[in-house]
Ligand binder design. Sequence first.
Ligand code: SAH
Ligand code: SF4
Ligand code: F3S
Length: 439
Amino acid sequence: MNNIKKLYIETFGCQMNVNDSATMVSLLKDLDYEQTDSAAGADLILLNTCCIRAKAEQKVFSELGRLKSLKNEKKKVLLGVGGCIAQQEGDRLLKRIPYLDLVVGTHSLHLLPDMVRAAEKGERLTRNDFLDPETRLDLFPRKEAAGGVARFVTVIQGCDNFCSYCIVPFVRGREVSRRSGEILQEIRELSEIGVREVTLLGQNVNSYGIKSPEEPSFAELLRRVAEIDGIERIRFTTSHPKDISPDLIACFAELPRLCSHIHLPAQSGSDRVLKAMNRGYTRREYLDRIAALKIARPDITITGDMIVGFPGETAEDFEETLSLMEEVGFADLFSFVFSARPETAAAKLADTLTRKERQERLDSLQHRQHIMTRERNNSLQGSIQEVLVEGVSRRGDQLFGRTSGNRITNISADPSLIGKLVTVRIVEAFQNSLLGEIV
Ligand code: SAH
Ligand code: SF4
Ligand code: F3S
């Protein structure tokens, strides 16, 4: 087997890209590319990129800069860019980076094998057209059914929400719900090879089926997944607060296999800012949904995302964000300084804050959340939790898994427990994890 070529793929950004990278790896197997973990030894280097914030984009460009010397030394190595920057920039990337060989957009993964063949013959090329929904459904990439204990399964692609700050609708295209028959079939197959937990994935999973009358609603889809033998845990991400239906909330009361965790990005606690963000809900509506979720599942863990320093955000608006955090009691929060993104509506708004002010707001929010996260973790000390054991911990001497509430938990136990649900007592809490012992 001396024709085997080496593929090095580096993934930036969110789970959509992680999923797409796995698809690219399996598509390129047909061309005898095998994945490697060193760029230096590769015949083909792919960067699967993200442009959600300016910083994410800068990271990619500095990596491309580093790869230049490798390209100079090793003329034969091919370099490609995929993902959201590829979709956004297309041909401009080829012009800007003379040592780049190919640019493959988010709707063009299926073209990658042909593109690589052409690049091997010396062509430089870009494919970044958007596909219509029917074609996308027919071409829906199927990854190889790799094993493991917990897996992501895509249920919806794209986003139609156009939150005013967000580039995703421009780089991922219109929302399309994957056929439910295929989703359920994929999950059945995963279950057969030992997967015990699935996370249904999309930019906005609760819009699932809304545009496709032949498909069930998202709540109904959850019920069907819950009937699949062997799948002991179900999660989903991400949800948009505006589309959380009472029926979906009812699933938390009804389906024991649905984990006690929801990631529900609020983005701001101020009605004025939420409106300018085009989020489609008010502070009150957000809090009402959280209250309903807590009634349906009293021990539910809530995490979210928050943006500070949105154009026009006043000190009072920011105070409202802090008070919303307190009211909800987020177990964890991903928080970001607003970053103006090309094409988005918010990029045209006048900046009202200095860089320093924005950073100070972020620091104070993160400081507050740090304390809240630790307090919440501490409150779990002594409690009994169910943990799905996923593997050997990074340190190597323990096993790790997650509680139903999605807290990472390390346990000293025998590796034969990997893939099993175990009952543990939490004996110690840390900032980012828990320590449990089997009871
Ligand atoms: N579809 C998901 C979010 C995907 S992007 C949802 O709607 O919840 C992940 C997070 O990045 C967002 O929730 C938001 O908090 C943040 N984000 C997106 N665009 C941003 C921007 N222009 N500046 C700062 N943060 C941004
Ligand atoms: Fe972006 Fe809003 Fe869509 Fe999430 S829902 S991906 S924040 S536009
Ligand atoms: Fe980034 Fe694209 Fe995901 S912009 S966050 S990789 S959808």
